[in-house]
Design a binder for this molecule. Structure first.
Ligand SMILES: NC(=O)C1=CN([C@@H]2O[C@H](COP(=O)(O)OP(=O)(O)OC[C@H]3O[C@@H](n4cnc5c(N)ncnc54)[C@H](O)[C@@H]3O)[C@@H](O)[C@H]2O)[C@@H](O)CC1
Length: 485
């Protein structure tokens, strides 16, 4: 499990570590760790380094690192971009022979442009956890001045990125981010993770706080969470999943959800739907049974058009929502909820569906951009209003429990971009539904399903395009592989 801590927790943990250290010791450790990473990366490149320095301690880190690099015989040019700079850091860098340039406003000078364009490695120390989202006016063009082949190392976090990971903004995009002891939400959450690149954690001796703000499951967590049957289990004790999905028009959604649930190893699947998808399922998934009956959880809504759904499907969905059973709502099923339930509930919208739902609940204004800019906030607002867990699908999938649960957000980024394909969501709904039926909480079911779904997509065709049905068929083998780690 990767755990990330909120800025306030990080500051408190750093303050507590510093009580036993001499002044500036943590910054010295950070600078040395950063310089070691930069030197390792420079061993694969020609050697010139440009260092961007902001006003705060993040700038201090990078200035001391610049001094280490210069002493290791790397040509280093520092560019001060803030209104002021860490005095000790500037003295250390200058003392080590680093040339110091300034770009505190307006256009960059030819010297600054040349330093940025020619550097093989750029160290970005403009903002760290004290940064506000966004780059200052004079630095908006900065990313374009950095040479295309330069390897950009962000210090603690990509400058301009929201440290809390909540708000999208203009940032410097890093190939690698070197952070210190503790991972922060900015490194894991959807609007900011893409700017982070490879995440390297350098230990500077700050102890982990007790309750993370964000978690990410790793492959090692699968064996701990996956419902592995024992000798006393039967198909009922392993969990029966009811699926209300697809219709006469969207027959594929039913096939993909049910196939995914069966392949993932649920005890049994009951499908409720009209004639055409039922006939297809009878032929394609002989393990499934049909019609309403006893289940341990429901997966409702993939490929379901509530306006045109048949009466049996709608009645089953409404009964499920009124029951005390866990329910997953996907796609069209999201139209069926407008108040909280007493049983575990997992919603699995993509960005467009989340916006529609938030608007229906009168949580979001008419700004189309809101989900793109603040995806976690919108998911959180829906989760809190309905007292449900919201799994927002995307390249980074975030699983947001209601605030009242007091649980961390989970964020998964396991799948290849090839997974952006029709039917992938139907597979996820069947897989996550199977995990709910086996007794997992919405948070565990959603995050574990997101992980396995992503890994299965890669396993199904490593490095290349993948169709959703192949992901569904791959699930059992991927689970076996992950369990055997
Ligand atoms: N506190 C500690 O014990 C340690 C802190 N360390 C470093 O210190 C950083 C935090 O330092 P600070 O609290 O000084 O904060 P930062 O250095 O992140 O930023 C604060 C400064 O940046 C300016 N600023 C804010 N938003 C900006 C923006 N969008 N664009 C440009 N400038 C902006 C502010 O005016 C302020 O001067 C950490 O991220 C880490 O890199 C490390 O040295 C390790 C130890």
């Amino acid at each position: 499990m990767i755990r990330a801590y909120a800025v306030g927790q990080v500051r408190a943990a750093e303050a507590s570590a510093m009580e036993d250290l001499f002044d500036g010791e943590l910054m010295q450790r950070a600078a040395l760790g950063l310089a070691e990473v930069a030197i390792a990366r420079l061993s694969e490149r020609a050697g010139g380094v440009a260092v961007l320095v902001g006003s705060g301690d993040n700038g201090g880190d990078v200035l001391y690192a610049a001094a280490h690099l210069a002493r290791a015989d790397h040509p280093v040019e520092v560019v001060l971009v803030g209104s002021h700079a860490h005095d000790g850091g500037v003295a250390a860098a200058s003392g080590a022979g680093v040339s110091v340039l300034e770009w505190r406003g307006g256009e960059a000078s030819p010297e600054v442009r040349a330093a940025l364009a020619e550097a093989d490695v750029v160290l970005d120390g403009i903002t760290g956890i004290g940064g506000r989202p966004g780059l200052p006016e004079h630095l908006v063009a900065l990313p374009e001045l950095i040479g295309e082949d330069a390897y950009v190392i962000a210090v603690d976090l990509p400058s301009g990125a929201d440290p809390a990971g909540r708000t999208w903004s203009e940032t410097v995009y890093a190939d690698e981010t070197v952070t210190f002891s503790l991972t922060k939400p900015v490194h894991l959450l959807p609007p900011t993770e893409p700017a982070t690149g490879l995440l390297t954690v350098v230990d500077i001796g700050v102890a982990e706080p007790s309750s993370p703000a964000v978690e990410r499951l790793t492959h090692e967590d699968v064996a701990r969470l996956w419902p592995v049957p024992g000798p006393d289990d039967d198909k009922y004790s392993r969990g029966v999943l009811g699926v209300v999905a697809g219709g006469e028009l969207y027959t594929g959604a039913a096939l993909m959800s049910v196939t995914a649930a069966v392949t993932a190893g649920v005890g049994m699947v009951r499908y409720v739907g009209p004639r055409h998808p039922t006939d297809l399922l009878r032929a394609a998934v002989p393990e499934a049974v049909f019609g309403v009956g006893r289940v341990q959880a429901w997966s409702i809504g993939s490929g379901l058009d509530v306006e045109q759904a048949d009466e049996e499907q709608l009645a089953a969905a409404r009964d499920a929502l009124e029951s005390d059973l866990p329910v997953l709502l996907d796609a069209g099923g999201l139209d069926l909820i407008d108040e909280s339930r007493s049983a575990p509930t997992l919603l699995t919208p993509h960005a467009g569906e989340l916006l529609r739902l938030a608007r229906r609940l009168e949580l979001a204004d008419a700004d189309d951009d809101q989900v793109r800019r603040t995806p976690v906030d919108v998911a959180q607002a829906v989760a809190d209003r309905l007292d449900v867990t919201v799994l927002l699908k995307g390249a980074v999938t975030v699983v947001v429990p209601p605030t009242s649960a007091g649980l961390p957000i989970r964020s998964q980024s396991d799948g290849p971009s090839w997974l952006a394909t029709a039917g992938a969501g139907d597979v996820l709904a069947g897989l996550a539904g199977a995990l709910l039926a086996s007794g997992l909480s919405p948070l565990d079911a959603g995050s574990l399903a997101a992980l396995v779904h992503g890994v299965a997509a890669d396993d199904a065709n490593p490095g290349g395009p993948v169709r959703a049905m192949d992901v569904a068929h791959q699930l059992g083998r991927t689970v076996a592989r992950l369990l055997s780690r």
